[in-house]
Design a protein around this ligand. Structure first.
Ligand code: GLA
Length: 633
C-alpha cells in the first residue's frame, strides 16, 4: 500500500476512534459556580392557585387567599408569595406582542386604554406585605392548552393570539411582568416544548401552530437537554436584567425532564423534579423520592422542588392528619419550597396548624440550606437527617408503609457520639426526651416523627461534607448519559391508571453525587474499608465546597470504590484551594488501599475536589469514594 493511502486510512481511523476514546477531565475553576442570583436564599414560601382552583382562578379567590395568609398568621411565618398559576391570560395582542389579561376574572387589570395591567393587583398584594407570582411557559403554548381543554379560561383568538408562552417574546414578557406589572416570582412551565408536536391530534384539533418537541416525556434520550437548558438560561438572563435589585424568584417547571437535576441549580431558584402531585400517598411518595437523593444539588439560592403542597385534599385532608403532617414534614426536611395550594378561605384550624408549625418552618428555612440526607434507607422506613446552621440536627423518622413499623435511631445516624446523651424535642408534640446510643421508636402507618436533636458531635472541631450539602456545588458529577432513576416510587399513574406505561422511571438522576452512599446507593467502601460518612461520586467529577466555617484543613480517605463496575481505569484525586492545587494522589486503581489526603486550606474560600480517570465517554464510569471527607479547624 502506498504511504499516502496508509496515512489516509490511519487518519480516518483516528477520526473514527477518537470521539469514543475522548475523556473529559474536569478542571478546578477557582470561582463558585452555583447559582446565587435572585431572592431564594431560603426556599420560597407562600401560596399557589393551581391545586385549589386549576384554571378556574379569579381575583376574589386569590385575594381571599392573600387575606387569609395575613389574617391566619401565615404571612408573618414566611408565607409571602401569592402565585397565580395557569389561567390568567386572554391572549397575546398581535399588533405589538403584548400579553393581555383576562379581565373578566381579574377585573382590576382592566385599563381604559385596553392594555390591561396587573399593576393594581400586585400593588394590593405589596401593600399587604406580600409578594406576587405569575406563571408562563417556556414554549409557545401552555399546559392548560393541552390538558384542560374544557376550561372556560383558555387563551382565545387566532392560533397566533393563543401563543401565550415566552417563545419569541422572552425579554418583552419578562419586562412586562417584572418591570411594568411588578411581579416578584415567575414559574415557567414546559408543556410548550413537549406536547404540541406539529402532526399531533392536539395541534390539529385545536388549530395550534405546532412546535417540534424538545422534551419527550417517555424517552429521555430523545430530549434535547442543551436546547431546553438554553431556553431557560435566556429567561434567567432576562430576569436578572429586569430585576437589578435581585428581588425575583425563578421557578423552573419541566418536571425533572431534560436532565434539569444537573443544571437547574445553575439557572433557576428552584426546579421541579417530577410530574404534578395529586392528593394521594403514592403520588406524594413519588414526588418526594424524586428529590430525596439530590441533597448535594440544592443549597441557598437553588432548591429541588417536589411540587406545591397538596395538604387539605384527598389523602391529606383534615381526616388524614397523619399523612398531611408527613407530607409537610418531608417537604421541610427536603428544604423544598413551601407553597400552600388550598382554598384558604375555608381552611379548618387543624390544617392551619400544620402549615403554622413554626419549628418545621424553621427546619425548612434554616439559612445553611442543607437539604436532609438519608441516614437509613429502605422501601419501608427512612431516617432523614438535616444539619442546621447552628450544627443541631433535625431528624425525621418516616414510615412509608400502611402498617406500623419500629425504627431504631442511632446516635451515629446523627453523626453524634454514642457514649453521650442526645436530647430530642418532638417538633409536632413539643415533648422532650433523651437517649444514649440508640432509641427505638414505633411509627404508626404513614407517620413521620420529627425531632430536633443535640448531643456531642462525632467531629467536635469539624464537619463532614455529607453534613453540609448546602455548601457544596456539584459542578460536574461525571454522569455522561442521563439514566432514569430506578429508586423512585412507581405509582399507579394518577391520570391513566394501569392503562398507561408511565409508571416506568422517567427522571434522570441515577449516578448523581451522593452523601454517605455511592452514586448507585451502595455503602462507601474502598479495598474492604467501610466509610459511614463521605461523598460518593463518579470519576471525572468536580465538587466545589464553600469554606464558610473558617476551617483550616480538608481531610479524606480516598480510592476507587469497591462497587465500581468499571475496574479498568486508575483515578487521581486532587484538591484545590481557590483554584490552586494543594494536593494530588498518584493514580489509584480498583483494589488499591485507600489513601489519606490532608490539604491545608486555611484562609481559602473555595475548595475543589477533582477525581480524574481516563474512562472513555462510551465506557461505564468509575465509582470513587471521598471517605470521611471533612473540614477541620
Ligand atoms: C403543569 C405544571 C403544574 C401546573 C399546570 C398548569 O402541569 O406542572 O404545576 O402549573 O401545568 O396548567
Amino acid at each position: 500500500m502506498r504511504l499516502k493511502t496508509q496515512l489516509l486510512i490511519a487518519s480516518v481511523m483516528v477520526a473514527l476512534i477518537s470521539p469514543l476514546s475522548a475523556f473529559a477531565q474536569p478542571v478546578a475553576k477557582g470561582v463558585w459556580l452555583g447559582n446565587e442570583a435572585g431572592a431564594a436564599k431560603t426556599p420560597p414560601m407562600g401560596w399557589n392557585s393551581w391545586n385549589a382552583f386549576r384554571t378556574e382562578v379569579d381575583e376574589d379567590k386569590v385575594m381571599g387567599a392573600a387575606q387569609a395568609l395575613v389574617d391566619d398568621g401565615l404571612a408573618k411565618l414566611g408565607y409571602t408569595y401569592v402565585n397565580l398559576d395557569d389561567g390568567w391570560w386572554r391572549k397575546r395582542r398581535l399588533t405589538d406582542g403584548r400579553m393581555i389579561v383576562r379581565t373578566s376574572i381579574f377585573p382590576s387589570a382592566d385599563t381604559p386604554d385596553g392594555n390591561t395591567s396587573f399593576r393594581p393587583f400586585t400593588d394590593r398584594l405589596h401593600a399587604m406585605g406580600l409578594k406576587a407570582g405569575l406563571y408562563t411557559d417556556v414554549g409557545r403554548n401552555a399546559c392548560s392548552q393541552a390538558f384542560d381543554l374544557h376550561s372556560p379560561n383558555l387563551p382565545e383568538g387566532t392560533a397566533e393570539e393563543r401563543q401565550v408562552g415566552l417563545d419569541g417574546h422572552v425579554e418583552q414578557d419578562i419586562n412586562l411582568y417584572f418591570g411594568e406589572w411588578g411581579f416578584d416570582y415567575l414559574k415557567v412551565d414546559a408543556c410548550g416544548l413537549a406536547d404540541f408536536a406539529p402532526d399531533s391530534k392536539l395541534v390539529k384539533d385545536n388549530g395550534y401552530i405546532g412546535l417540534k418537541p424538545e422534551i419527550y416525556r417517555d424517552a429521555i434520550n430523545r430530549t434535547d437537554d442543551a436546547s431546553v437548558q438554553k431556553r431557560y438560561a435566556r429567561v434567567a438572563a432576562a430576569l436578572k436584567a429586569a430585576n437589578p435589585d435581585q428581588d425575583y424568584v425563578f421557578s423552573l417547571c419541566d418536571w425533572g425532564m431534560a436532565d434539569v437535576r444537573s443544571w437547574g441549580k445553575d439557572v433557576g431558584s428552584s426546579w421541579r423534579t417530577s410530574s404534578d402531585i395529586t392528593p394521594n400517598w403514592s403520588s406524594m411518595l413519588h414526588n418526594y423520592d424524586s428529590v430525596a437523593k439530590r441533597a448535594l444539588y440544592a443549597g441557598p439560592g437553588h432548591w429541588n422542588d417536589p411540587d406545591i403542597l397538596f395538604i387539605g385534599e384527598g389523602e391529606f385532608d383534615a381526616g388524614h392528619l397523619t399523612e398531611a403532617r408527613s407530607h409537610f414534614s418531608l417537604w421541610a426536611m427536603m428544604s423544598a419550597p413551601l407553597l400552600i395550594s388550598y382554598d384558604l378561605r375555608k381552611a379548618p384550624t387543624v390544617l392551619l396548624d400544620i402549615w403554622r408549625n413554626a419549628d418545621l418552618i424553621a427546619v425548612d428555612q434554616d439559612p445553611a440550606g442543607n437539604q436532609a440526607t438519608i441516614a437509613y434507607d429502605s422501601d419501608d422506613a427512612q431516617i432523614l437527617v438535616k444539619t442546621m446552621a447552628d450544627h443541631r440536627k433535625a431528624v425525621a423518622l418516616f414510615n412509608r408503609t400502611a402498617s406500623p413499623v419500629t425504627v431504631t435511631l442511632l446516635a451515629s445516624h446523627l453523626k453524634l457520639r454514642d457514649d453521650a446523651p442526645v436530647e430530642l424535642v418532638d417538633l409536632w408534640s413539643k415533648a422532650k426526651s433523651e437517649f444514649t446510643g440508640q432509641l427505638a421508636v414505633k411509627l404508626a402507618p404513614h407517620e413521620t416523627q420529627v425531632f430536633s436533636a443535640s448531643g456531642s458531635r462525632e467531629l467536635a472541631d469539624g464537619v463532614y461534607l455529607s453534613e453540609i450539602p448546602g455548601a457544596i456545588n456539584v459542578a460536574d458529577d461525571g454522569v455522561k448519559t442521563p439514566v432514569p432513576d430506578p429508586t423512585i416510587h412507581r405509582m399507579i399513574d394518577p391520570w391513566a391508571g394501569t392503562t398507561s406505561g408511565s409508571a416506568r422511571p422517567q427522571y434522570a438522576g441515577w449516578g448523581g453525587a451522593q452523601a454517605d452512599t455511592t452514586p448507585y446507593g451502595q455503602a462507601l467502601q474502598v479495598a474492604g474499608q467501610h466509610y459511614e460518612s463521605g461523598i460518593g461520586v463518579l470519576g471525572n467529577s468536580l465538587l466545589q465546597v464553600k469554606n464558610t466555617g473558617g476551617y483550616s484543613s480538608f481531610r479524606a480517605t480516598v480510592g476507587v470504590d469497591d462497587s465500581t463496575q468499571n475496574r479498568a481505569h486508575p483515578v487521581t484525586f486532587s484538591v484545590y484551594a481557590d483554584g490552586k492545587l494543594v494536593t494530588k494522589t498518584p493514580p489509584m486503581k480498583f483494589g488499591d488501599h485507600p489513601r489519606d489526603i490532608v490539604a491545608d486550606i486555611a484562609g481559602h474560600k473555595i475548595i475543589e475536589l477533582v477525581s480524574a480517570s481516563e474512562a472513555a465517554a462510551n465506557e461505564l464510569p468509575v465509582v470513587v469514594t471521598w471517605g470521611s471527607a471533612r473540614l477541620e479547624k
